[in-house]
Structures are given as C-alpha cells and as structure tokens.
Design a protein around this ligand. Structure first.
Ligand code: NAI
Length: 408
C-alpha cells in the first residue's frame, strides 16, 4: 500500500460523498436507527469512489461489510488502499486480478457467511450456488444492480435454485430510466473521449442494442454531432430507434461505414471474424455492457498480424492488408475500465435504491426465495428524495382527479 495511492483514493471518496445528497440523508437515518446491526453484508460491485461511499454508508448503518470488485478491470486500487483499515469493512480486490484471484476474493466474502448480498452482475451468487449451497441458509436476501445479473437471476429463479429472495434493483424505474440511460450515455462517451482524444462531430457512430443503455448512448452521440446508426434484433426497439431519428441497419452493413462501434446488447458475439472483415479502417470499438463477451478476442487475434498498445487503454489490431481496428479498455465495460464510471449524482440515486432495498429486506425478513421487483413504494420514495434535494415541488392529484382516474 502506498500513502500517495491512499490519499488519492480518500480525495476521490470525499469528492463523491460531497455530491451524494441522497446517501447523506440516508446516513443520518441509518446512524440513528442502525437497520443492519449485527448483519454481515457481502458486496460485489465495480469498486471505485462512489461504491466506497455506499459501502461506508451500509457499515454506518450497522453492517459488517465484506467488499470485493465485480470485474477486476473496473477496480480502482487507490480506493482499495483508502479503505484499508476502516472499521468493520474488509476489502479484497485488485485491479487486473486473474480470474482465479478474482473468484478467491468473492470466496473470502462468502466464507464470512453473509446475511445480505449486494451483487452486480451475478458472479458472487453463481459462486454461492455452486460452491457454498449451505451458506445460502444464512442469507436473508440480496439485491442485484445490473441488467446482465438480472438475466442470470431469472434463469436461476426459473430453475428453482435460488434459496433466498433477490431484489432486481435494475428493474426499478429510478434505476434503468436514469442510470442505464443517462449514466451510461454520459460516462461511456466520457471514457471514449478521454481515452482517444478524438473528435466525434461528423463521425459515423454505430450503437449495437437500443435498450436503456443504447438509448442514452445514441442521445449523447447526437449531441456531440455524430451521424448515429443503430443495430437491433427486436423489431419494436428498431422502430423506436427509427422514430427517434436514427438509421437502423444490420451490424454487417452498419459496420462498413462506422468510425465508432459501441456494444450495449448485454449479449455475445457482436465483433466476430465477419464484423472485422466488413469494418472500415480505423474503427474504434468500445464495449458498454457488463461482460466483454460481445467482442470475440479470438477473432481479433485471427484478424491481426500485429497487436500493440498505442495509447493507455487503446489496443491497435493491424491486419495483413494494413487495416487497423482499435479496442478500448481491452473490451471491458469501457466507462469503468477506461473512466471513473457513472456520474456521481447518478450513482447517488442508484445506491439510494440499493440501500433502501437492503433495508427493506432487513426489516421484512424472512422473505420467501425468488426474484422480486423493488417495491414501488421504495422506487417512489427515492424519486421524491431526489426531487427534495433538487428543491423541486410537483403537483398532487385532487380528490376529483383521483376519482376520475379510478384511484379511489
Ligand atoms: P436492455 O435489455 O434494455 O437492452 C439491450 C438491447 O440489446 C435490447 O433492445 C435487445 O433487443 C438488443 N440486442 C440483444 N442482442 C442483440 C444483438 N445481437 N444485436 C443487436 N441488438 C441486440 O439492456 P440495458 O439495460 O441497455 O443493458 C445492456 C448491457 O449494459 C447489460 O450488460 C447491462 O448489464 C449493461 N449496463 C452497463 C452499464 C454501464 O455502466 N456501462 C450500466 C447499466 C447497464
């Protein structure tokens, strides 16, 4: 551990904390009420300054926290260093950890027999189900942050293997409407801009997937002056993209003129041998999804006769005939591997949802196993708290309006 690293981490945490008014309000409640007193909480999450603020909040609410990353390339070592020595908070993570080292960090959290899990992507719960089925009995409940994790949880729920309740925070309106759309929209472009220092205006940008993240990415690409195209597999989303003013085309057509490709499908196999054959010289590829599966590294290896880092975070692949494509952040979730993740105020909202949902679990345990939506009341409370911090008032329905709408 270096003192300079820890100081940088501490400053980043303090800056984030100063811009997270929802978490500050929750901290006052949690300090007074101690909703997690006596509970062990395992957190697997992209480990950076804002997540440190969430971990410290939950610790201040009484929990003993075991904190790991959810992707070795998104962990910020300065933050890990800054958290070392915190009371009732154990942190196990390292940027660039091997797959086995990363899994070992998760194992160490699970060996603490946690009562609550805060999950981002599903790796920790996958390990728990595979290797620690007995430990499941100590778990009162879990929350899942992202689309990819919820997809995996749905499959486990369907297979009947979940032994505790999991709340799909991603499905809350205040999560995907705000975080996936506006958070990803800003922070992915922030990472691309700071990594490449290239101009976006007048360029062709191709966004794969017009879901919540894709909508935010296209919106901001247009704002930067790009010509924006979309690839989709869902005809409804494709129509929506057309009506929003974007060109829609199959990937192998769109890629012919794209200067930038951003993958945001949460699926796999977007950048393949065929995609690379069709790509324009100079294509910059960035992945916005949770896992790196959209980019087939074996295909890139087949495509390239040379591969080298040309700038921090930019790998150039040059083919035999001299065509180059550039991969940002090694194909990992780009806003976290080549940036600081979502804007602070966005994570303030998402983490308020996380903290309030964990509190809901602690207050209502035992809850039957299965996958649950975040209670509407919690979603609405987070929205109201956000409006309060912005000093914005809204109207209320009159009795006559409520009767007319059939609400009473
Ligand atoms: P979503 O489910 O709303 O959107 C995905 C879209 O991709 C859908 O419209 C689907 O039809 C489309 N799609 C699927 N396969 C496709 C293919 N082969 N070609 C073209 N389109 C395809 O999901 P959302 O919320 O937009 O999340 C996408 C990914 O981003 C997930 O992995 C999620 O975990 C991740 N995520 C990343 C964030 C970040 O900070 N970078 C923040 C939030 C989510």
């Amino acid at each position: 551990m270096t003192q300079a690293g820890a100081d940088t981490g501490t400053k980043k945490i303090e800056w984030a904390r100063a811009h997270m008014p929802l978490l500050a309000a929750l901290r006052a409640d949690f300090l007074a009420e101690q909703p997690f007193a006596g509970k062990r909480l395992a957190m697997s999450i992209h480990l950076e300054a804002k997540t440190a603020c969430l971990a410290l909040l939950l610790r201040d609410g009484g929990a003993e926290v075991f904190l790991t990353g959810s992707n070795p390339l998104s962990t910020q070592d300065a933050i890990v260093e800054a958290l070392q020595g915190e009371d009732r908070l154990t942190v196990n993570a390292r940027r660039g950890a091997s797959e086995e080292e990363y899994l070992d960090c998760l194992r160490r959290s699970l060996e603490a027999e946690p009562n609550l899990l805060l999950e981002d992507g599903g790796d920790m719960i996958a390990l728990l189900l595979d290797e620690y089925p007995q430990a499941s009995t100590s778990v009162l409940g879990a929350t899942e942050e992202t689309t990819t994790g919820v997809t995996r949880l749905r499959a486990w729920d369907k297979a009947g293997v979940l032994r505790f309740p999991v709340f799909a925070v991603n499905e809350a309106q205040m999560k995907h409407l705000i975080d996936n759309r506006y958070g990803t929209g800003q922070s992915v472009w922030d990472a691309i801009l700071r990594t490449t220092n290239l101009l976006i205006a007048g360029k062709d940008v191709l966004i794969a997937g017009y879901g919540w993240c894709g909508r935010g990415l296209t919106l901001r690409a247009s704002g930067l002056g790009a010509r924006v195209s979309v690839t989709e597999v869902d005809p409804i989303k494709a129509v929506e993209a057309v009506m929003d003013g974007f060109a829609v085309a199959p990937l192998l057509e769109g890629i012919r003129h794209a200067d930038f490709l951003i993958t945001a499908t949460g699926g796999r196999d977007l950048v393949t041998d065929e995609t690379l054959q069709n790509a324009k010289d100079g294509l910059v590829i960035a992945n916005a999804s949770h896992f790196d599966l959209e980019i087939d590294r074996a295909a890139l290896a087949r495509f390239a006769v040379t591969d080298r880092l040309v700038r921090p975070g930019i790998r150039e692949f040059r083919s035999r005939d001299g065509k180059c494509v550039y991969l940002l952040g090694e194909g990992n979730i780009v806003n976290l591997s080549a940036g600081d993740g979502h804007p602070v105020e966005i994570m303030d909202i998402s983490f308020a949802l996380q903290a309030m949902t964990l509190r809901y679990i602690a207050d209502h345990a035992p809850i039957s196993p299965g996958l649950y939506p975040v209670p509407d009341k919690v979603d609405a409370q987070v929205a109201q708290k956000k409006l309060d911090t912005l000093g914005i008032a809204i109207d209320r329905l009159t009795d006559a309006q409520r009767r007319y709408l059939g609400l009473q």
